[in-house]
Design a protein around this ligand. Sequence first.
Ligand code: GLN
Length: 547
Amino acid sequence: MVKTKIIVVTGGVLSGLGKGVVASSIGLLLKSQGYKVAGIKVDPYINIDAGTMRPTEHGEVFVTEDGGETDQDLGHYERFLDELMLKDQSITTGQVYYAVIQRERNLEYDGKCVEVIPHIPMEVRNRILKVGKRTNADFLIVEVGGTVGDYQSVLFLEALREMSRELGNVLFVHVAYLPVPGNIGEMKTKPAQHSVRFLNSSGIQPDIIIGRGEKPIDRVRREKLSVFCNVKLDDVYSAPDVDNVYKIPLILDQQSMVKNILKKFGLNYKPGRVRAWESFIKKATTAKEVVKIGIVGKYFDIGDFTLEDSYVSVIESIKHASWHNGKRPVIGWLDSKKFEKNPKSLDELSGYDAIIVPGGFGSSGVEGKIKAIQYAREHDIPYLGLCYGLQLAVVEFARNVCGMKKASTTEIDKNTPYPVIAILPEQEKKLKEKEYGGSMRLGAYPAQLKRGTLVYHLYGDKDNISERHRHRYEVNPEFIEKLESHGLVFSGRSPDRKLMEFMELPSNTFHVGTQAHPEFKSRPLRPAPLFDGLIKAAIKKKSLHNI
Ligand code: GLN
């Protein structure tokens, strides 16, 4: 008997509807009812994982505790549910086919002809059920990537249809877009109706429809959707555009969604369970005073939408920390290449209360980032460096404070006389020996913090902490003494003391870097310590200015 109940979330009409947020919101509401919830994202692409894709292609690569390089939706699940998601919760077509072919080569199919049907859906099903078993979840929320009607998602839908027939405890939630064409000025339901037809042609009848649109759905349109899509009126929900995505769980709760879902599974609803979330939203939406954060990066020729997607966890971390401190964040995107071409433009940085250099790869825009870090250090603008942002802060300090003029990372200059950031041979060997033979340091690693440092205090005076990583290069131990003798403090190291995980400059209000990506562990109700510290420092500096 399978205990886990499954809620499948599909999307219709167009992509970018916020299916991940809807799936996470349903999960949060179920969790607040006392159930254990896990999320699964199935993605139709052939890539084994998101690690090999540019963030501009498919958004941020979200790193899990166990080192999975997954779809950014797992980040939404973690943030809303405050539960850890592991790499097997991100399933791709590539993984499924790869596993089936490997099994065939290992003679595991007893001489049978291995075919797309039934073997591919069977593999999908086994993977989903395995997550249910491992997590011991009461509810599994399975979000299907892409849009129904896409050729690529057919086999996933087929697997879910079969599961629903066999297990009987599967509920289908369809999120569809309801446009308001400018020339007509009224909300149209036809595209949503067609997307339900697409689902029907895969043998799936949605149990619940969530209408996404600029505005709430009125009674007339709900009735239309009910009649034409063959669902009860009470099973049509409205999720209009909002200024803050964390409001979505409350909007769905006001429409008794979770009560309805529980009823469908024969379970009881207990009212008033989302109080903590409600007060968080109140704090977030009433914050008036602004804190201005500049993110210095290089992904700027690609349009605003992709930008938000590429840095989603960093952006959310800034929001969590700002709201927690009663401020409204305003994020500015600063093109590092501009600083290279025109150093005068660096003065733009003085308009920001804090600066972040996030993770990145390659040489493009790097010199501009280094210049921005120098500006932040010299003008005491609170600075947080994430991964590449730590590495480049070390390069900047080596060049401009320690007198190592041509210091660099070997990622961009193999022949630098001062390779302050480099691939450590011992580290490279260790990573290659890992099961997947990769060369990246991925997933959660422990660090020991140095007592009395700012970082130590920010992490609540803990000696040992853990954060997630995704990088190849490290601070070169040969230069540690020199860097520290000029005032830089490595405030956290790996337990074997060999890898520098955190740095800070005690001479500044806040000049901190980490080799890790703390943005993956920030939660709405529990901001990441370094982001909280950055915002607090920004507020402190700001109030000094205003005196
Ligand atoms: N490019 C750097 C490295 O590989 C930093 C990576 C990152 O910022 N995630 O070490």
